[in-house]
Write a protein that binds this ligand. Structure first.
Ligand SMILES: Cc1ncc(COP(=O)(O)O)c(C=O)c1O
Length: 439
């Protein structure tokens, strides 16, 4: 029976590739990005920081926790109960859901420099909405960007001018077939902490919008964010912070609250509904009201579950101060990584927010070692890679099993650090992290 389940899990991905181009709907959940041919890929049930695979195994998730969607753990009973109650009352009707008003008010209360909010259901959508509104407000098409902002035409068009333009902004080699060539030279990427390049972009082009992640891997240096705010003010540019990933991981709301730099608009997603689809675009009144002069509207942006889940998630986050909890857990994870690295003499580089901690083994074989970690952890029923999206359920007691195994794996890596035979560690191909073409 058990063997049968394992086979079903394996075959499902092959079946998927026959009926779903690229196999699934989110590149980051492609099994080849973890452990080609061996990653469990499909789940039956998820609770707290555990996942039950269709292969019949129970896994501890010390990897991406639904790609950052579940700070309060999978299937949080309070959020789920509230959502169920509202499902019983009807998720959709001809009339609007009052909860969208309450959620807008709550988000503004957390960020009083914004006065209006529009909702969507995905981060990419919210980014497109923000760009349309910001362009409408500034009257200029040019956008300077830094970071990852989704799959839409406006963002991918950065790669028309140079197909490597977005390579350093999270996903490498993003292709642009189907994106109108006429969008060439409308979006200009700049590197994080490189203010001079941004300034040149702004001086040379008609830039109406700067859109950026507040922080993903490295901290702002030399007043980077403050300088950008000043530049945007001077040049009449709408400054947007995309907080889809950074939001609620270090503060109750935007990470920009910590840095005390206020953008003109901000975008939230991922963790806002603790696994239910809800994203938000917040902005100053005069900017947001430009929606009146364009058209931004969609049926399922009005469904009730999203706002209800968002409100309940924010309520729980506030009660338990979840951003402090995950920051502390993440800090401890980083500290333990450092100790394991020292004990085993395997050098690593640690980066990211505490609640979105990352490490990289310093070696030309770092990707092989990363894949090896995933391979060996899987044998112990642990989903692990080089990144942890921390949830409040990652209690120290639970993490002990992960740490013990990591130290054992690092001891073996230490032996292979300078070995020519390093590929022999892997029973599969290397993980294809960072690359879009996987099949
Ligand atoms: C900063 C940022 N913006 C936008 C997105 C896109 O969000 P979604 O995948 O929900 O469309 C992501 C997703 O990883 C993100 O990290």
């Amino acid at each position: 029976m058990k063997k049968n389940k394992k086979q079903i899990a394996k075959k499902l991905w092959s079946r998927a590739l026959k009926v779903i181009p690229t196999g699934n709907m989110l590149l980051s959940k492609n099994p080849n990005r973890f452990l080609p041919g061996k990653w469990p890929t499909y789940y039956k049930k998820a609770k707290d920081c555990f996942i039950w695979g269709v292969d019949g195994k129970k896994y501890l998730d010390v990897s991406t926790m639904g790609f950052g969607t579940n700070i309060l753990g999978y299937s949080n009973s309070k959020v789920d109960k509230t959502v169920h109650n509202f499902i019983d009352k009807g998720n959709m009707s001809t009339l609007n859901a009052p909860e969208e008003v309450y959620l807008a008010e709550k988000l503004i209360q957390l960020h009083p420099w914004f006065k209006m909010v529009r909702f969507a259901r995905t981060g990419g959508e919210a980014n497109s909405i923000a760009i349309r509104i910001a362009r409408a407000s500034s009257g200029k098409d040019g956008v300077a960007i830094c970071g990852y902002h989704g799959w839409h035409d406006w963002y991918l068009s950065s790669n028309i001018q140079n197909k490597k333009n977005l390579d350093t902004h999270l996903i490498k080699r993003l292709q642009t077939d189907g994106v109108p060539q006429s969008l060439k030279n409308t979006v200009f990427p700049f590197q994080y902490n490189d203010f001079e390049t941004l300034k040149k972009i702004v001086d040379k082009n008609k830039i109406g919008v700067i859109k950026m992640e507040v922080y993903r891997n490295i901290e702002p240096k030399n007043d980077f964010l403050k300088k950008i705010r000043k530049l945007a003010d001077k040049k009449n540019i709408v400054l947007i912070f995309d907080e889809c990933t950074s939001g609620f991981r270090k503060s109750y709301g935007g990470l920009h609250k910590i840095y005390n730099v206020k953008p003109d608009m901000a975008i939230f997603g991922k963790a806002l509904g603790n696994g239910y689809a809800i994203t938000a675009v917040l902005g100053k009144k005069e900017i947001m009201e430009c929606v009146q002069n364009t058209f931004i509207s969609s049926t399922f942006w009005t469904e009730r579950i999203g706002s209800v889940a968002g409100l309940e998630t924010l309520k729980i986050m506030e009660e338990i101060e979840s951003w402090k909890l995950i920051d502390k857990i993440g800090k401890n994870i980083k500290k333990t990584w450092g100790e394991i690295s020292q004990n085993t003499k395997v050098p690593i580089e640690i980066s990211g927010l505490n609640a979105l901690a990352q490490f990289k083994i310093i070696s030309k074989n770092s990707n092989i070692f990363k894949t090896y970690i995933t391979q060996e952890m899987l044998k112990k029923n642990i989903l692990a890679t080089d990144t942890i999206y921390v949830s409040i359920k990652h209690k120290d007691k639970i993490l002990q099993k992960y740490y013990e195994n990591l130290e054992k794996i690092f001891k073996i890596i230490a032996k292979y650090q300078y070995s020519k035979n390093v590929k022999s560690l892997l029973k599969t191909k290397e993980s294809a992290m960072g690359l879009p073409r996987l099949n």
